[in-house]
Write a protein that binds this ligand. Sequence first.
Ligand code: DLL
Length: 403
Amino acid sequence: MLDALRRSIAHAYDNTAYYRAKCDAAGVAPTDLRTLGDLARFPFTLKSDFRANYPWGMCAVPREKLARVHASSGTTGKPTIVGYTKNDLDLWDGLVARCIEAAGGRPGDLIHNAYGYGLFTGGLGLHGGAQRLGCAVVPASGGQTERQVQLILDLEPRIICCTPSYMLVLAEALERAGVDPRGTSLEIGIFGAEPWSMQMQREIEARLGIAALDLYGLSEVLGPGVAQERADARGTLTIWEDEFHPEIVDPATGAVLADGKEGELVFTSLSKEAVPIIRYRTGDLTRLHPPVGGVPFRRMDRILGRSDDMLIVRGVNIFPRQIEELILEEAALSSHYRIDVRRENARDELIITVEGTGVNALAERMKSRYGLSATVTVVEAGTLPRSEGKARRVFDHRKDKPA
Ligand code: DLL
């Protein structure tokens, strides 16, 4: 592993002006990596480095060696561009195939793939992995929900891949079509690309009668296929450590934390060619756990939140996921919600709008669990917008620029 790490860092250092300058400034060279502990001497890479070096600055191979380009789904500024060589695509297919197999897929399965096709890595990432495993793919992509429902009913796929929020949209559409969502051919869902609480996972499993497994990844590191919840190790995601070396660091200080401690997930790639990454800070918060069940790779908790999506409301720190958990514990409330935070008269206001019926105790429970008063507005089913890909549920208006 250390050899692969050293080779990968040397590849980045030798072939990009960016990594060379950054390592030189930190006074480290690839040969300084003698033990795993030496990795902490190497500088971090951030999403902003990808932006600053747009479009090809992070690329360690000549442009002519690229076989594909994707871009991350950044909402502001320039997208981050990631390139893949033929070998990278091969590696990617192999890892996604491993994810699908770990989730319970097998050759011959029919897979309905409703991750968006295009610059987003979800659609083509799952597509390549499914084919590698020997499955047939229905490349549904996002949108045209009624047609997707028809395809699911007619073609009878065993596996579905999409964002958890879009699965809820499909479940509603099945109900609208007069079909019991528990009665379809689907047995397995492979869901990711956005945060989702364990309560949301249970809700999807109960509502669809399927096993809902968590798939994690990010474009800068690869795309989907970095870590996967295995059917034989539910509750955590196994990280494909033979390709990506994980670290957990303190988000504030960058200090490396021991396994079991919560912090920001950082990855260094071991064999990726086009865009090798050294200590990439994902922004995602989790903890590392030891291997289980004969698979020699460490696992991580489902993503607990992002270091940059924590809301600070009247001095109380809260992650949207914690609010989602409370919403889903209320029988009268559905999984369609939005969270708004505004500053009014120098006071932060937390407003939770959620579809539901009847009485709920969300406001009381927000108060007793987190010490936060919130205004809870219950609206009729179907009122809030539905998403086809990554759902946007949190709106912090304190960050809005004044008009
Ligand atoms: O979302 C890749 C992907 C596609 C993963 C399909 C899984 C399935 P990006 O668009 O670059 O790539 O967004 C990456 O999404 O840093 C996390 O914050 C979040 N994310 C991805 N998977 C999960 C997950 C794809 N399973 C960013 N749970 C990451 C929570 C996730 N958050």
